[in-house]
Design a protein around this ligand. Structure first.
Ligand code: T4K
Length: 368
């Protein structure tokens, strides 16, 4: 039977390295609630990302929900975002009682089309939540300009952009805050996990309280907060994985270059171009099938038949989800570029240990 290849595969340290890191937990019996591993990972990440304030979470989604909540926008206020993303982005806005207003995406990077943001601003707009989708960096300069002009907050969904840089600056340092996901499927993982990164420390105390039931201390409970803390086993995995991250990214780069050699210039297959001034983290490898001899869905099925799982990230668009049907701002027709991409894109398998032979096999099946 043909070798199974999934869309991604978690990076992991050796068993021995992880055991060594978690050994201390058997000595201390301290398993969660901001223990020694948590503190160590936080400071390692602040250094790696060159960002002064990193608040760790048990997953990226709750990190995004919390930072939006921490901004204390009035209920019913509008937040401009894009529908070409994972469910989490839109849900984080809606679950805060805010209205997602969907902006179309740029046809080259699939990130928010900054030229279309201003037309969506109303008296109720309070923030922009752009997504560095696939690790492609948004037009951070234009977004910053618009936000300043209209007095809006900018919270980046940087779930895909850990370790990516623009003009030498890490993706942690744009806007008012950025959220990373450290899920098992990401370039860098803590099993599940996430973080909010902020240059300004003003909201750090609020986030620390919100992720821990809104408790300032045992007798002072300030918010009706939930539980979103990262535990010690997650942090230990993060400490180990961070040691190997740069090497893992170099391996991903090799796989991406091989894909580019095989599929670049093929009529009917459109690949994302490397972005100017961006140091990529090679998070995903999207290919758009338009005018190719097979449709996206046919390629998807052909690969699946050979035990190769590609994914339709991100189809359907979040503005066509059933749960947003009654929203006035919903409807894929309002974001035609995003709808066009969502109907044709396939993210091909990509992970550090994906060999060049594997990439060749995937591309051969596609070309056939
Ligand atoms: N914003 C954006 C833009 C996001 O993409 C995400 C998450 C978030 C926010 C929220 O962050 P988190 O709260 O998740 O930290 C996956 C992930 O669960 C999700 O984290 C991710 N985005 C989304 C794009 O993909 P699924 O349902 O497609 O994953 P699943 O279980 O099908 O796994 C995909 C492949 O990954 C598997 O075929 C094999 C591999 N895999 C999976 C797991 C679970 C591993 O190698 N190891 C594993 O442990 O959602």
């Amino acid at each position: 039977m043909a070798k199974t290849i999934l869309v991604t595969r978690s990076s992991m340290p050796t068993y021995e390295e992880y055991c060594e890191e978690i050994k201390k937990l058997w000595d201390s019996h301290w398993l969660t609630n901001m223990g020694a591993e948590h503190q160590k990972l936080q400071s390692n990440l602040e250094e790696y990302l060159d960002c002064p304030n990193v608040v760790l979470y048990t997953n990226g989604h709750l990190a995004l929900e919390n930072i939006i909540a921490a901004m204390q926008f009035p209920k019913g206020a509008e937040v401009i975002t894009t529908p070409f993303t994972f469910a989490s982005t839109t849900h984080a806005i809606a679950r805060n009682g805010l209205v997602p207003v969907f902006c179309d995406v740029d046809p080259e990077t699939y990130t928010i089309d900054a030229d279309k943001i201003e037309a969506l601003i109303t008296g109720k707009t309070v923030a922009i939540v752009p997504v560095h989708v696939y690790g492609n960096i948004c037009d951070v300069e234009k977004i910053d300009e618009i936000a300043k002009k209209h007095n809006l907050k900018v919270i980046y969904d940087a779930a895909h952009a850990f370790a990516a840089k623009y003009k030498g600056i890490s993706a942690a340092n744009f806007g008012d805050a950025s959220m990373f996901s450290f899920h098992a499927t990401k370039v860098y993982n803590t099993i599940e996990g996430g973080a909010v990164c902020l240059r300004d420390p003003a909201l750090v105390k609020t986030l620390n309280e919100m992720r821990n039931f809104g408790m300032r201390d045992a007798e002072n409970i300030i918010y009706a907060g939930g539980n979103a803390k990262m535990n010690e086993f997650q942090a230990a995995m993060g400490i180990c994985n961070l040691r190997h991250l740069d090497a893992e990214i170099t391996k991903r780069k090799k796989a991406v270059e091989r894909y580019r050699e095989n599929l670049g210039g093929i009529s009917g297959i459109k690949l994302c171009k490397p972005q100017r001034d961006v140091e990529s983290n090679y998070a995903y490898f999207p290919a758009v099938f338009d005018g190719f001899k097979a449709t996206r869905d046919e390629v998807f099925a052909k690969l699946a038949k050979q035990n190769i799982t590609a994914r339709k990230y991100f189809y359907p668009l979040t503005n066509s989800f059933e749960c947003y049907r009654d929203l006035k701002t919903a409807g894929a027709g309002k974001t035609p570029v995003a709808a066009y991409i969502a109907d044709r894109v396939l993210t091909l398998p990509l992970y550090a240990d994906l060999s060049e032979d594997d990439v060749d096999r995937i591309c051969e099946i596609i070309m056939k």
